[in-house]
Ligand binder design. Structure first.
Ligand SMILES: [Zn+2]
Length: 829
């Protein structure tokens, strides 16, 4: 038995060094002959790591659907033996760790398949690792290559499994074939239908959160994000298009070009077409190219023709057959060419990397932020995800650009959060916090404003001098003791932490009220929106005090116990102005006609942020009759057209008149415009403009200027100041103004009979970002958030999508208010 065991070990270890297989040998098919399931991709990388001394492979997390997120580290055995030192020396070089080092090893990070249905790149990842360790070992002597074979496994498998199920054998190249037409929502996004290539900076998704942990431990010199574009556009690689963000250095620009020219050499050899310097710009900080760029890397985007349409092979409009084999070959070529450039320029990359992190000449040296402690906490949680350092001021006035006044003014900095832009990651700090990103060209791929102070609802000053941060964090973790003697508890209402507390109370069948009046009990005052949890409402629950206290402590909420229901100011606990909050039963539409991104952001919000149940109903299964078991219908942004035809609208109206509540987001608002009973009309200026265009008999805009001319109608994500009616329950927890992220020029008149909760009166005031002249003018006298009443029910309009990419933290409470506070006079039977 013993001998047998030795024999077994000996055989096993011989086979371990001798049996490295190519992807084709391991998988049983050539790369590009089949879409590989994610589990098989993981199996192949495990096989490579077991059979090569040049690869280690590890899991860095799990997706929502429990697929592993993984990365391989590829280098020589000598480098791998020394890998911790290499990694640390790189951080020392960037001053992110202390010590001395003079590193000369290039670190190249290849990220594949962030968009699940751009599925050729994960196939290329397998070919690339095999090529590197069997043919390109020389490059690895001074280079560490990190391969993330699939950034978005849930999306990739959604696409690959669907494709493998419907494809013909042999594959059908006709564009109309089923295998070229993905069903809703497609494989591009992750489980919650987020675009992970917009999530790097906000890190709202588990994939981003877990990836950033290892990314920040490594801080590569080159980062590549592999994508696919339309089937007719051959191949794009950086150098990128304008606008470039101004933090990008001359070296980063020129090295992008050097890498691009190296790719061009290989593509020209093979006779493959490509384009560069068009379309894909470097401004919005949350992409897989900009984020690494603002963190010191050369951030590269590669786009292969293909996408969710292409399958294993498809006819292009130009008459070629585009195949998965070719797509994977192109991505393999650029991946390898990038590693080659890293290796050839390792020393230069390291010296330039070091320089990038010196930020002594940055204009605004400190950002000082003040406001609700929960909001500051939410922001420090974000900074922690990026390993950005911060401190707190111990007092005094700071001068500089004041965000809420939109001009230079001072602010009392006592207890304020201070984020320094002179720290090594200062360029990212600038990109995230600066009042207004400089725009060299308004034709950008994405939104042009994201200023953190407005997104988090904080007062802020950008200071040109360094502000000391020696103070204490003012956030207090509340710990309440169980006190059964109270007639009730009051909890202030300001933040998502308060909202999560409420959601959990309702889930635990605790009866909760909210106040429509300012309150005063036992000498303490409370603003409108304050939660009131009374002994009277919960007298049948003997665990009441213990349960409320436990939940409050979990959410770090301060319970203000009052021994009496008798107020100091006439609004007692039993007042009709302190209303019971219903445990709302919420339905939401998904499926055809619904924006998958908007639906996904709300779905994620309910399940992962608010933690309150929602029932998702497919548009194909929806009718007004489906609403009888619900109090609220949420309509994500979308193009409802036939789904909300006259018959459907009539049915919905009956439900609303009987007390139902519709919450319509962004594009869904349009479905009610001009319809009887909804009190909603598009703004006249915008309407006139549309008519003008339709009536126009001619257009003398020169051919090559049309794109520029269209810019006048564009708002590509910019920040506007809106006025709030602070007395309306939808605005509880806010002041009398709100900075809103506008994503388009669609504009509605003030509601005539309903409540205009958020609006722009007179000419609009842009705070940040690009707006075309015509689009901006069209926002004059327009409603942003509103409530129209119908019978006992309501329709709530969110013209601006407060859930967009889930990063506008300060808008989320408006949505929660509309769920639980607005028109709350119906009692659940
Ligand atoms: Zn993509």
């Amino acid at each position: 038995m013993k001998n047998f065991l030795y024999l077994f070990i000996a055989v096993f270890s011989i086979s371990a060094t001798a049996q490295l297989q190519s992807p084709e040998a391991f998988l049983g098919y050539e790369i590009g002959a089949q879409f590989t399931r994610h589990a098989d991709v993981v199996n192949y990388f495990e096989h490579v790591a077991e059979n090569s001394a040049m690869v280690t492979y590890a899991e860095y997390g799990k997706t929502n659907e429990r697929r592993p997120l993984t990365y391989a580290i590829v280098s020589t055995p000598e480098n791998l033996a020394n890998i911790e030192t290499i990694r640390k020396n790189n951080l020392i070089n960037a001053r992110l760790e202390t010590g001395s080092a003079n590193p000369e090893v290039a670190i190249v990070w290849l990220s594949y398949n962030v968009h699940g249905n751009e599925a050729s790149s994960t196939e290329a990842a397998m070919a690339t690792v095999y090529e590197l360790i069997t043919k390109k070992q020389a490059w690895l002597e001074n280079t560490v290559v990190i391969i993330d074979p699939c950034v978005n496994p849930d999306g990739r498998d959604r696409y690959a499994n669907w494709y493998n199920q419907v494809k013909s054998t042999p594959y059908d190249v006709l564009q109309t074939a089923a295998e070229h037409n993905e069903p809703w929502p497609g494989g591009r996004p992750n489980h919650y239908l987020f675009d992970l290539n917009r999530d790097w900076a906000w890190a709202t998704q588990v994939e981003s959160q877990q990836r950033l942990k290892i990314y920040n431990q490594w801080m590569p010199h080159i980062h590549v994000d592999f994508h696919e574009q339309g089937i007719n556009e051959p191949y794009y690689f950086a150098p990128a298009a304008e606008p470039f963000h101004e933090v990008i250095t001359d070296f980063q620009r020129s090295f992008q070009t050097d890498i691009g020219k190296n790719h061009a050499k290989y593509f020209d050899q093979e006779g493959w077409l490509f384009f560069t310097r068009e379309r894909f710009d470097l401004l919005y900080p949350s992409y897989g190219d900009t984020y690494p760029t603002f963190m010191g890397a050369i951030g590269m985007t590669y786009e292969q023709a293909g996408h969710g349409r292409a399958g294993l092979g498809i006819n292009t409009d130009e008459g070629f057959v585009l195949t998965l084999k070719d797509r994977a070959a192109h991505h393999t070529t650029t991946g390898l060419s990038t590693v080659e450039m890293g290796s050839k320029n390792a020393t230069k990359l390291n010296t330039e990397f070091k320089k990038f992190f010196i930020n002594s000449d940055i204009e605004y040296k400190s950002y000082v932020l003040k406001g609700n402690p929960d909001k500051l906490k939410a922001l420090t949680n974000l900074l922690d995800k990026h390993d950005i350092k911060y401190g707190f001021s111990d007092g005094g006035n700071v001068n500089g650009f004041n965000y809420s006044q939109n001009k230079n003014a001072s602010m009392d900095a006592t207890g304020a959060l201070v984020v320094s832009a002179t720290q090594p990651k200062g360029k990212m700090v600038k990109a995230l916090f600066e009042p207004d990103a400089k725009l060299s060209d308004p034709l950008t791929y994405d939104i042009t404003a994201w200023s953190i102070p407005h997104a988090y609802g904080l007062d802020a000053v950008a200071s040109k001098t360094t502000v000391a941060a020696n103070g204490r964090n003012p956030y207090v973790k509340e710990i309440n003791q169980v006190y059964a003697g109270a007639a009730g508890y009051l909890v202030k209402w300001n933040s998502m932490s308060d909202a999560r507390f409420l959601a959990e109370l309702l889930q635990n069948d605790i009866k909760v009220r909210f106040s429509e009046k300012d309150l005063s009990f036992e000498g303490k005052t409370f603003d409108k929106g304050t939660l009131v949890i009374t002994k009277s409402d919960n007298r049948s629950n003997i665990e009441f005090a213990a349960t409320v206290t436990k939940i409050a402590n979990k959410h770090e909420r301060k319970l203000h116990a009052s021994n009496t229901s008798f107020s100091d100011n006439r609004t007692d606990f039993g007042s009709p102005d302190i209303k019971l909050i219903n445990k709302q039963r919420i339905a939401m539409l998904r499926g055809d006609g619904v924006s998958s991104l908007s639906f996904g952001s709300l779905w994620h919000f309910f399940e992962q942020d608010l933690k309150y149940p929602v029932t998702n109903i497919d548009t194909g299964d929806f009718s007004a009759a489906s609403l009888k078991n619900f109090d609220i219908l949420v309509l994500p942004s979308g193009w409802y057209g036939s789904k909300l035809n006259d018959e459907a609208i009539d049915g919905i109206k009956d439900w609303v008149r009987n007390g139902g509540k519709i919450i319509a987001m962004a594009g869904a608002v349009r479905s009610f415009a001009g319809k009887d009973g909804f009190d909603l009309n598009q703004n006249k200026a915008a309407e006139d403009d549309d008519e003008k265009k339709e009536e126009s008999k001619g257009n003398l805009t020169p051919y090559d200027q049309r794109e520029r001319e269209n810019v006048k109608d564009l708002i590509t994500g910019s920040i506007y100041k809106t006025t709030l009616d602070a007395s309306h329950p939808m605005a509880f927890g806010y002041g009398d103004s709100y900075y809103s992220l506008k994503l388009g020029g669609t504009s509605y008149q003030f509601l005539e009979n309903g409540y205009n909760v958020g609006y722009i009166k007179g000419a609009p005031e842009t705070v940040s970002g690009f707006s075309g002249v015509d689009a901006k003018e069209g926002l004059t006298d327009s409603m942003t958030f509103g409530e129209a009443r119908m019978g006992s029910g309501s329709i709530i309009y969110f013209v601006d999508d407060v859930m967009f990419r889930s990063f506008w933290e300060n808008g989320k409470l408006l949505f929660v208010n509309s769920l639980f506070f607005v028109n709350n006079n119906r009692f659940t039977l």
